[in-house]
Structure formats: structure tokens, C-alpha cells
Design a protein around this ligand. Sequence first.
Ligand code: SF4
Length: 63
Amino acid sequence: MKVTVDMTSCERYGHCCFEAPTVFELDDDGELQYRSDVTDVDAGQLHAAARACPVQAITLDAD
Ligand code: SF4
């Protein structure tokens, strides 16, 4: 699975960070940091993060 975030849409709400904390993180400046290669992360967590995003900025692509 690969993760992409549309950073022009992201409003830094942080819901994704709560759902999948090993993938998404708000840094000290409040900017979203994430990793796109997430083969080690449970798919349920990734889907929960995508669903939780209020602006649907998260795209998941199956490998
Ligand atoms: S939940 Fe969506 S808007 Fe909020 S930080 Fe994550 S990607 Fe950005």
C-alpha cells in the first residue's frame, strides 16, 4: 500500500495522526509529515485514517 496526501487540501486537523500514528505526524511547526511506503502498516489503520480526514486529502493505492 502506498499513501499520498494532497497537501494543498490538508488542513492539518491531525485526525490521520490519531488513526495511524506510525504513518502520519504533525511536526513542531504543525505541518503534516507522513511516509508513503507503508507496507508494514495494518491496512485497517490506513483506511481508518483516510476515512477520518475531513477533507479527503488521503489517497491509498494498493501495490
Ligand atoms: S486528517 Fe487530513 S487534513 Fe487532517 S492532517 Fe490528516 S491529511 Fe491533513
